[in-house]
Write a protein that binds this ligand. Sequence first.
Ligand SMILES: C[S@@+](CC[C@H](N)C(=O)[O-])C[C@H]1O[C@@H](n2cnc3c(N)ncnc32)[C@H](O)[C@@H]1O
Length: 257
Amino acid sequence: MSSSADLQETTKSVPCIKILTLFPDMVRTVLETSIPGRTERQGQVRYEVVDIREFSVDKHRTVDDTAYGGGAGMIMMAKPVVEAVESVRKNDDATVILTTPQGETFDEALTLELLDDLQLKGELILICGHYKGIDERAIELVVNREVSIGDYVLSGGELPALVVADALVRRIEGVLHNEDSANNDSFTTVRGGGLDCQWYTKPPEYRGLKVPDVLLSGHHGKIAEWRDEQARERTEVRRPDLTKTDLTKNEEKSQKR
Ligand SMILES: C[S@@+](CC[C@H](N)C(=O)[O-])C[C@H]1O[C@@H](n2cnc3c(N)ncnc32)[C@H](O)[C@@H]1O
């Protein structure tokens, strides 16, 4: 049986994703579900969800105010955000990410880079903005990376932070079982940075639509060849931009794991 000191040591060595939000229940629910939840239960990652309102400026739990210079929309104040970060940050050099439509775009290369960062430093902090965003001084003081999940604007940073957390934890070695394997998903090195092929399951015919014969042939070589070909064709038709993907960075990261 492990002593409480052993347990504390183990907990400390498990990398921790820390999400700072005004909606902790929303975040916790997703982190407890499916693969993110299983990853934590298996002891391969920990999550800390911090309610930014715990660091509010008054007894009304205020965390936002009107913008200097006027204009519609509230701004999250610097103090609660900065103090929430300081309350959970263990390493001074921890990566503190602000989710924002103005950040670098989240993709496969950034997934692998942030996963390395999480495993190296033991923690990764994600701040969820809301309203018009957060006071720029909080960004200057505690944020060292800004990440966007795409060119559209959501109401808050919770979904983007959860997107980042999910994409990272499913790439931790040993998390995915065979049934949800990620090694030939879209954007992976196996797919040359392109898209995955199409997939089928039982029955062999549904509403007149048949599974391609080759998949029922039992010939593994031919099946692999067919899947590669389909994946290449899909990439050329749907995402020709991906045929130019520079995989060097992804490959280096993938080889490390
Ligand atoms: C309504 S948005 C603020 C948008 C900001 N005024 C702008 O136009 O750049 C509120 C919060 O949602 C989050 N957010 C919205 N869209 C996002 C995206 N595409 N990627 C990452 N975070 C996003 C950010 O945390 C942001 O602070």
